[in-house]
Write a protein of this length. Sequence first.
Length: 406
Amino acid sequence: MTGKNFTARWARVALHFLVFSALAGVVLRYYNLAVIPGLNYKYLLHAHSHVALLGWMFFAFAAMLVHVFLPRHTAAFAKIFWLTLVAVIGMMLSFPLQGYGVVSISFSTLFLLASYWFVYVFYQKLRVNNDYSPPARWVRWALFLLVVSSFGPWALGPIVTLGEPHGTLYNLAIYYYLHFLYNGFFVPAAFGLMLKQLDNAGLAYNKRQARRFFQLTVYAVIPLYALSVLWIVPPVGVYLVSFLAGAMQLAAVYFAWPLMRLYRQQLGERFYRVVFTLALLAYGLKVLMQVISSVPVVAHYVYETRVFTAIAYLHMVMLGFLSLLALVYYLHNQVVKNHRLSRAGLGVFIAGLVTSVAILFSNGVVMALQGRYIPAYADGMFYTSLLMPLGILLFWFVQVNRKFSA
């Protein structure tokens, strides 16, 4: 199987999981309007989050990394991806039925083991190719931090055994995993892919700026975990660490800007450039919010309204930044069908994402200042959230229907 066919296959697999996650998200939103008999909200929430992160996003970025950095070594990843697929399907089917239970935890463990296998083979192939380029440096760090993230799930067993189920240590382990998964793996992988694209296109960029961008972004990831522990009201020094780490990543945007402009230019088609700009805006808001939320009084309000602000933040990063980048990459490189209906579906998805995130943030602000919900909050969230699965379903339908061509 050629590199492009390999990537196209696993991109479609990733899209299947994105469809499931989007539909599950709408069901969860509807639950705020009316209780659904027989549905366990927390169980479905676990399925939604696991499939979104480990099904859609992991497959999307893992396939891209192989496609761009190791196109001649796709066969080495076939068994790894199939094992990962079994793990994700197992989680998708078991979490809605039992939440964190023996079966779902077993499949989650299988995913972790498959991710270790992926990291090991990727490192080996990079070394065989003697690839120590700046983009590969981003990816090496991404893979290292993917392994670091796995320490969070491994810690849950001992924490529960010690009598801390769903207590402070339990939540800190969950936040640890999330932080190092998206800030540690996905974000550096995304920027490594961008720089590799510039290299492949033969576009020259300032290596010194690229190095500063890398250093300020990646070296801040570990101390930035301090931001995830502010809800326990730690000593003042922890707030300072989170502020400085956030400021490093905010400063990195200055050095990243010329590189991002160059990447945007090589996308060519106006639609791609617009979507990429929206993704960059989401990332810019992310790093700005990291600095602001490290201020004690703001951190307090964020925690008090975390049901709205934290969920909005995660959706903005996962969907607004990372998912849009993945979809633009696949469209631009013709890994998926670049049909007008694909672009229309992506446009509908973006409309739903922007409005739902705006409502979540607005409600969080109103709750913090006035202690009440904005008018028709639940209805607004449900109906705007409907746009996301509708858009994704349209995008997905084009990809799985042979009648449509690029």
